[in-house]
Design a protein around this ligand. Structure first.
Ligand SMILES: [Zn+2]
Length: 510
């Protein structure tokens, strides 16, 4: 068992940050977005228009009028890490060469106390898919000679490296190598858990860990780090060992650790711990199989003239944000993104199910049935009905920023009395696909679903509850990581009865 001593410090990154400072940070990012060069924004806007046209959208429709500009700014926002000075992120300026590093005599006299900053929310853009991934990062280090770094800088450096085209492995490696270089600490451990957004689904959270110095050399030290985080031991394939060579290079943009010989006790003998450099493309392997293979081809999205035209526009966008679209890590990304976008906007060419095919025998109805709900209407009238509910997960694309949003929708309708046939799950799922697999806003989806279910089921009352996480709120702009957006639509009897609405909300939250 790891020994926990009183020297270890766990810090919540939100504690100790003066409110004034946080506000300033937000203002900085807003003012930066308005300072993007007009010519870059103009090129990006034209590329976005090409992409929109290729997926069959009308760029002159009202909801899309400002989309090219918003998408252009969103691309600049999520790539701002390329244009930020990494050393400046550590507080180093010409009149403050020591930056946010300071030496503490008491820390220097102690022995190896771990400092951990945990639960740093981050969002980044997967270099292989150009889609977001988001999650939390935990950083631990063991100071050397009492030198510590201002705690907020650990969160700042995480966001800085996240604002680039990245892999999750690249992100933890970039953070670890930067901190090891500049902090010259005895050991560094960076643990990121994140969900990858794919064109039609969201992957289960995955861990990537980068270890340097004593965390790589000493298994007990790493176990102690995990114990402090209260995390289970991760699979070895998710652990990456940083070069132990320390460099005084002032610019960790260029820091590319050279593969070291692994120490014997770090598990190298088993051969599955990966040694990595900050530009490691290994995450690509796991992503290709999802986007080039089954998803794209099963959906008929093999490269064609439309996706090629989109890919050219997207490659130009990659160039505009300062990356090389022909580089090893990015050369297939535009085509993957194009295929993914075509797959996730298939709703344009799908049609709603017919009434005949939508209805199934009530005996074989595969929905969840809330039986015999008694309710009172606003005018005092009483009623009794069974309510059928179906919960469906969905992925959609925000029409303002062309960024994914995903979540769950609960469709509920009052079972018609004395009817042999009711609306089945297959039809409801089809309706959800038609309306979510396109550029959308969540409010509209909710009402469109309510109207379609009303029409198909012929029910006297319909309610739809939709809850989703929006990447445009999380990866850019306000960067709100904890918020989910809920929307409701009611038709018929549901409009007049709180009790009926309450029972559906209970089903949604169950
Ligand atoms: Zn949006």
């Amino acid at each position: 068992m790891p020994k926990i001593t009183d020297r270890q410090t766990i810090v919540d990154p939100t504690i100790g940050l003066p409110a004034q400072k946080k506000r300033r940070g937000v203002q900085e990012s807003n003012s930066t977005s308005s300072q993007y060069p007009e010519e870059k924004i103009s090129v990006l806007k034209n590329c976005v228009k090409t992409v929109l046209t290729c997926i069959g959208e009308d760029v002159t429709r009202e909801g899309l009028l400002d989309t090219p500009k918003r998408v252009a700014k969103a691309w600049m926002d999520v790539s701002i890490g390329y244009r930020q000075d990494t050393v400046g992120m550590l507080g180093v300026t010409s009149d403050r060469p020591g930056g946010a590093f300071f030496s503490d005599g008491t820390v220097a006299q102690g022995s190896n106390g771990i400092v951990i900053v945990r639960d740093i929310d981050f969002a980044s853009t997967n270099e292989a898919t150009l889609l977001p991934f988001h999650g939390r990062c935990h950083i631990g280090y063991i100071p050397s000679a009492g030198v510590v770094l201002g705690l907020s800088k650990l969160a700042r450096i995480t966001k800085h490296f996240g604002k680039r085209l990245q892999s999750q492995q690249g992100l933890v490696t970039d953070i670890a190598s930067c901190l090891q270089t500049h902090l010259q600490c005895q050991g560094i451990a960076v643990y990121a858990e994140a969900k990858q957004i794919m064109p039609l689904n969201v992957e289960e959270p995955r861990q990537e860990i980068c270890l340097g110095g004593c965390f790589a050399d000493d298994e007990d030290q790493f176990q102690e780090f995990l114990a402090l985080l209260n995390k289970p031991v991760p699979s070895k394939s998710s652990i990456h060992i940083l070069s132990s060579s320390k460099t005084s290079s002032p610019d960790c943009h260029q820091l590319r650790p050279i593969s070291p010989a692994l120490s014997a006790d770090s598990g190298a003998a088993e051969g599955d711990i990966q040694i990595c450099s900050a530009s490691s493309p290994s995450s690509e392997d796991s992503t290709i199989c999802l986007t080039d293979g089954p998803v794209a081809s099963a959906l008929g999205c093999a490269p064609n003239s439309t996706s090629s035209k989109m890919a050219s526009a997207i490659n130009e966008m990659i160039r505009q944000i300062g990356e090389d679209p022909q580089s090893q890590n990015l050369c297939k990304s535009a085509m993957r993104y194009a295929s993914g976008l075509l797959a996730s906007t298939q709703g344009y060419s799908m049609s709603l199910p017919s009434k005949e095919t939508s209805l199934v025998a009530s005996k074989t109805c595969d929905l969840n049935i809330l039986r015999d709900i008694s309710y009172t209407m606003a005018d005092g009238a009483r009623g009794r009905s069974s309510v059928a509910t179906a919960s469906v997960i969905f992925n959609s694309q925000c029409e303002h920023h062309m960024l994914p949003f995903y979540g769950r929708v609960l469709v509920a309708y009052m079972m018609p009395q004395g009817t042999e046939k009711v609306l089945g799950r297959c039809a409801i799922e089809q309706v959800v696909r038609v309306y979510t697999q396109r550029l959308q806003v969540q409010e509209r989806i909710t009402h469109q679903l309510a109207d379609a279910v009303c029409e198909l089921s012929g029910s006297a009352g319909v309610m739809v509850v939709c809850q989703a996480a929006h990447m445009c709120m999380l990866a850019r702009g306000v960067e709100n990581h904890s918020g989910a957006t809920s929307t409701f639509a009611v038709r018929g009897t549901f409009e007049g009865s709180v009790e009926l609405r309450k029972c559906v909300l209970q089903a949604f939250n169950a």
